[in-house]
Design a binder for this molecule. Structure first.
Ligand code: KG4
Ligand code: ZN
Length: 336
């Protein structure tokens, strides 16, 4: 275990093919992300297309990432890959390639939980958070509040009962006939809009608890678009009002979670953590410091998977068996 420092990370759980090499003590040596755009015209990820594109892209990307950093496959100590949660077919491609590649270079594999990758990604910042902290994980598939005592010591505080925050952004983008992925597009349109022109609900904030629900907000937005339709200023106002509602709802729950756990630090990660208004609102609304991953590591990437793999190096096992877990609750992870 002594020489265990360099991990190749592979991510294929959804619509990003991502590869990176992380070395403990040095950080990210090399990384590449390919975002699949063929889903754009369907307005959402088509699983079969995602799997096929991972098949095409993954092996050449591994070669490219190693070449770019002048790394020989022999300098890799282990191959970490996302084994879940995610799309079964997409995960299977990652598992097959990772297990095969690791077998070929005679190295072990580590099966990583995608959300643990997101959760640990702020540790790749130069000034990382100390443990313990509360983590808000906001991605296209998940909205989770977690009490994090140490790496691997997670307690679920709250989660969404229906749509994830990122999913709500993506669906709103679709209703507004914006591009894909929807989050950044809604945020861009919102910049020109008056967020207070229309009233939006702040779902589940009027009762105690730390769970979320975003599907009602989506319906509210849909009805508003149908009723008001109209000009650019109206569309921008709807985007801005929607964004503000999501942001304030998340901020209220974060404040509550910190109070309940008596913790000071908040870590925010996952695709929606790239949202500028969310960052501004959280920084202003919370008494303690808020930590984010570097912008490039908010959305899916290989570096966070390699890093999580390094933390779980004791779970490294002989390569060869393809295994994925499309549904995998975060608190099912064994302690470190
Ligand atoms: O973590 P991620 O890359 O993939 C999943 O694990 O799901 O998150 C993708 C999600 C998408 O829903 C995307 O629309 C959203 O993150 N997103 C944003 C922004 N950038 C990405 N949402 C709001 N504002 C953004 N700037
Ligand atoms: Zn993700």
């Amino acid at each position: 275990m002594q020489s265990f420092s360099t991990v190749l990370g592979i991510e294929t759980s959804c619509d990003e093919t991502a590869v990176a090499v992380y070395r403990h003590g040095e950080g990210i040596l090399s990384d590449a992300v390919h975002t699949q755009m063929e889903h754009a015209r369907y307005g959402g990820v088509v699983p079969e297309l995602a799997s096929r594109d991972h098949v095409r892209k993954l092996a050449p990307m591994i070669r490219q990432v190693l070449d770019r950093a002048d790394l020989h496959p022999g300098s890799i100590d282990a191959v970490a890959y996302t084994a879940g949660p995610g799309l079964a077919g997409a995960l299977l491609v990652g598992s097959a390639v990772a297990e095969g590649y690791a077998r070929g270079i005679d190295r072990p594999t580590i099966r990583v939980h995608h959300m643990e990758g997101h959760l640990l990604s702020p540790l790749l910042e130069p000034d990382p958070p100390e443990f313990p902290f509360v983590a808000l994980l906001v991605s296209g598939g998940h909205t989770l509040l977690i009490e994090v005592r140490a790496p691997g010591a997670y307690r679920l505080l709250g989660e969404t009962l229906d749509d994830a925050a990122g999913e709500a952004f993506d669906k709103t983008a679709r209703l507004l006939r914006l591009g894909y992925p929807g989050g950044p597009e809604v945020a861009r349109l919102a910049e020109a809009g008056d967020p207070d022109r229309f009233a939006f609900p702040r779902p589940m904030t009027d009762r105690p608890g730390l769970d979320f629900s975003f599907s009602g907000l989506k319906t509210h937005t849909r009805l508003l678009i149908e009723r008001e339709a109209g000009d650019d200023a109206t569309r921008a106002a709807i985007a801005a009002g929607f964004e503000k509602a999501v942001v304030e709802t998340l901020a209220i729950k974060c404040r509550r979670a910190l109070k309940q756990t008596r913790l000071e630090r908040l870590v925010v990660a996952g695709g929606v953590s790239a949202n500028r208004r969310l960052r501004t609102a959280l920084d202003a609304a919370l008494p303690g410091r808020v930590y984010y991953p570097p912008l490039a590591l908010c959305t899916d990437n290989g570096a966070m998977i390699a890093l999580a793999g390094w933390f779980r190096r004791n779970e490294a096992g002989r390569a060869g068996d393809i295994a994925v877990r499309p549904r995998w609750p975060l608190d099912d992870l064994p302690p470190l």
